[in-house]
Design a binder for this molecule. Structure first.
Ligand code: SF4
Length: 357
């Protein structure tokens, strides 16, 4: 046990020093981990996070503006073939959600949807320009799936700053086992590359414990993140969704999800890493456990309450009934209790963390 621990702790130190490891060593960090290594990784990660961000936690107001999707990902509660009540927010409703987010001190708005092609390039540009006009100081993040490069470029030119597009698995075969034919890792990777070249702050990420995922797959994901080097990385446990092909699969573990957060923080201390809704949905302690493991972002939901329950990506998703002010206050209380503070600001990725605040 001791030997295992000290060898792995040396790998953690090497990762901190060099910000790179061979994929085999990432795999060892996963397969040979024990409680001591997990604890040391979390301490290192939190220490690095404190150094660059102090105890600040960034917030983003999440607006789920359409639950309509043309895709049929096997793990997702919004998949096209699932029979659920569908909705789209109007431009007015989106703007009202932005006003609510602003009033709550959230200085980043995240516009998230399924791959809903009703929102053409022109419609997206209109929404982005309207938000920009009213909130010139806010940051705007899109999470709308795969589009062509021209669409990404038009949205960027209209004023979008960031884009979240999880890669889900860096292994082509594993990726194919999570998605129907027609969705290929190659095109996901091309989208990520396009987004980066255009100039977005880009977020990639993956589920921990998705069906068929091995330690090797997670190691490949860590290697991909290391080389692609996105500004943001979202990782959370896989949680099954009823009425999908993976409904009976086992959920991913909180412990491994948080450990992966620690490894990502050690790999690049400046990165923006959310304590995801999925970790909080899996376990009431999940959010704090993720922050204590090196996460530094929370994304409170400001989607109108009359549709929020229709954006059920997986079973037991939290925050579907909570009024936004009450939720913000409960987040504040939770953070204060654990020695964190909600940071009011855009919370951009900055290479030079001395420029923070
Ligand atoms: S994961 Fe995204 S693209 Fe896939 S079905 Fe769900 S909403 Fe659609």
């Amino acid at each position: 046990m001791e030997d295992y621990s000290s060898n792995l702790i040396r790998l953690l130190e090497q990762l901190e020093r060099e910000q790179t490891l061979p994929v085999e060593n990432y795999e060892r960090l996963i397969t040979e981990r024990n409680d001591t290594v997990i604890r040391v990784a979390a301490e290192m990660a939190r220490h690095l996070c404190d150094r660059f961000f102090s105890r600040n936690v960034y917030t983003r107001g999440l607006i789920e503006f359409s639950n309509i999707c043309q895709n049929d990902c096997f793990y997702c509660g919004l998949r096209h073939s699932k029979s659920i009540r569908r909705y789209r927010l109007t431009l007015d409703e989106i703007l009202r959600s932005c006003r609510l987010a602003w009033e709550l001190d959230y200085r980043t708005f995240v516009l998230q949807s399924g791959e809903d092609m009703y929102f053409t390039r022109d419609r997206l540009v209109e929404i982005i320009q309207s938000i920009r006009e009213e909130f010139p100081e806010a940051a705007l993040t899109l999470s709308i799936g795969e589009r062509d490069r021209a669409c990404y470029q038009a949205c960027f030119d209209a004023g979008a700053d960031r884009f979240l597009l999880r890669h889900e698995s860096a292994d082509a075969e594993h990726y194919a086992s999570l998605h129907p034919a027609g969705l290929a890792l190659e095109s996901r990777m091309q989208c990520l590359q396009d987004l980066k070249e255009i100039g977005y702050q880009v977020g990639a990420g993956f589920m921990v414990g998705s069906p068929g995922q091995t330690a090797r797959h997670i190691a490949q994901d860590l290697k991909f993140i290391e080389t692609f080097d996105p500004e943001m990385v979202g990782v959370g446990p896989f949680i099954p969704s009823e009425g999908t092909p993976f409904a009976e699969e086992k959920a991913g573990s909180l412990e491994l999800s948080c450990y992966v957060v620690s490894l990502l923080r050690i790999q690049n201390p400046q990165r923006l890493i959310p304590a995801t809704t999925a970790v909080a949905s899996l376990n009431p302690e999940g959010r704090i456990r993720a922050l204590d493991s090196g996460a530094n972002v929370i994304m409170p939901n400001v989607t109108p309450l009359n549709v929020r329950g229709d954006y059920m990506l997986y079973n037991g998703k939290i925050c579907i009934t909570e009024e936004a002010h009450a939720y913000r206050d409960s987040v504040d209380a939770l953070l204060a209790k654990h020695g964190y503070e909600r940071h009011v600001g855009r919370g951009d990725y900055k290479e030079d963390r001395h420029a923070l605040r």
